[in-house]
Design a protein around this ligand. Structure first.
Ligand code: DGT
Ligand code: CA
Ligand code: CA
Length: 375
């Protein structure tokens, strides 16, 4: 007996021109100007690639992955154009808060990248209309909390939800009903299918296949001969809008924070910065309502080598003082190691892992007396 699977309702969210929009938030005067966020390689002043740009720059031809000098040339006449280096730490902070906002909506939540996530709303919403309401509310919340716009697609599976978002950027919302799927796919080009890159679309084009509609009707045996017995049938399923991959509810395993020191350090003299890291981790643990049983520190040297030191606690914690104390000891210990006497440290981080629910929350008094007892 076959059981008809329940019709799913999947929501895909993608933040618009993410890194560049983050830059606009902290420099509001940039909003009307071309903004290009760059990965500078450091070889010459302009060597490197464009990470992303705002829509003002995109209108003038700027694209992700393009060499910086090409973007400079394209924006040559625009004295307002702004080229900025990546600031991943800042974008990460914003991403984490947005993901928290989305994650509150359903425990069937999967973060896919820094600016993308899926929600499975099948159990929590009765139909596509109410899913649309949820999507509108999420967009509004992210706008109010972070001043960011994003684009949402709602559809019967992840593939179609993501594709619906892709065609609606920026600041869009598209609900693709099951009855609309066929028409939606029919005339779109094959490279709009998620997972089909330039190589595969070139190979398909050699077979005379340009649109998804053509691919969906193409002889399966021919496809298998050309692409193999896994890829061939998979391509056809994709073209028919079939995708059964579940939204993986991945839980957070650890909380970490990292910063670049104002000056390289060759001894433990960054107490203030450590304190703000510990505070930020503490805030995050509290919002998640978890405690961690392992505290680690990470050191990135001037030569960009990464070194870790960690300790397992006798009792889990989320307290700033505790995190600060253990990480200070780890850093002190690190600088005392023979091989690190001369090391110059550029970035430092703290990581709390072994996360769990706090079922027997020790009271502050209990904590204090225990510490007293041990000292
Ligand atoms: P969108 O979604 O089209 O409005 O624009 P973005 O910029 O959000 O693009 P998306 O979602 O593909 O990528 C998210 C972030 O990832 C983006 O803000 C910067 C980074 N990124 C994207 N493509 C590239 C790339 O080709 N190179 C580098 N270095 N970073 C990239
Ligand atoms: Ca995006
Ligand atoms: Ca994205």
């Amino acid at each position: 007996m076959s059981v008809t699977p329940k019709r799913k309702i999947i929501l895909a969210l993608d933040i618009d021109y993410f890194y560049a929009q983050c830059e606009e938030i902290r420099h509001p005067d940039l909003k009307e100007k071309p903004v290009v966020v760059c990965v500078y390689s450091g070889r010459t002043e302009t060597s490197g690639a464009v990470s992303t740009s705002n829509y003002v720059a995109r209108k003038l031809g700027v694209r992700s992955g393009m060499p910086i000098y090409v973007a400079i040339r394209l924006l040559h006449d625009d004295r307002d154009a702004k080229f900025l280096p990546l600031d991943i730490e800042y974008y990460d902070g914003i991403s984490e808060r947005v993901m928290e906002t989305i994650g509150r909506r359903s425990n069937r939540f999967e973060q896919v990248s820094i600016d993308e996530a899926f929600l499975d709303l099948t159990e929590s919403t009765p139909d596509f209309r109410s899913a649309e309401t949820v999507a509108t509310e999420i967009k509004q919340e992210i706008l109010e909390e972070e001043r960011l716009t994003c684009t949402i697609g709602v559809a019967p599976n992840k593939l179609l939800a993501k594709m619906s978002a892709d065609v609606s950027k920026p600041n869009g919302l598209k609900v693709l009903l099951p009855s609309e799927v066929k028409a939606f796919l029919e005339n779109s080009l094959v490279d709009k299918l998620i997972g089909i890159g330039p190589k595969t679309s070139k190979k398909l084009s050699e077979q005379g296949i340009e649109t998804i509609g053509q691919l969906s009707n193409f002889d399966e045996e021919k496809l298998t001969n050309k692409f193999g017995k896994n890829l061939g049938p998979w391509l056809r399923r994709l073209a028919n809008g079939i995708d059964e991959t579940p939204v993986e509810g991945r839980s957070v395993q650890q909380v970490s924070r990292i910063i670049t020191l104002k000056h390289d350090a060759s001894r433990f003299d960054f107490q203030d910065q450590l304190e703000s890291l510990a505070r930020s981790i503490h805030d995050r643990l509290q919002r998640m309502n978890v405690v961690g049983s392992n505290i680690g520190v990470v050191v990135i040297t001037k030569e960009l080598k990464t070194k870790n030191r960690a300790r397992t606690l006798t009792a889990p914690t989320d307290s700033i003082d505790h995190i600060l104390q253990v990480s200070s000891e780890l850093f002190e210990g690190f600088f005392e190691e023979k091989e690190n006497v001369k090391v110059e440290v550029r970035r430092i981080g703290i990581r709390v892992s072994g996360l769990g629910e706090w079922d027997e929350k020790p009271s502050t008094e209990k904590n204090a007396s225990l510490t007293d007892f041990l000292s």
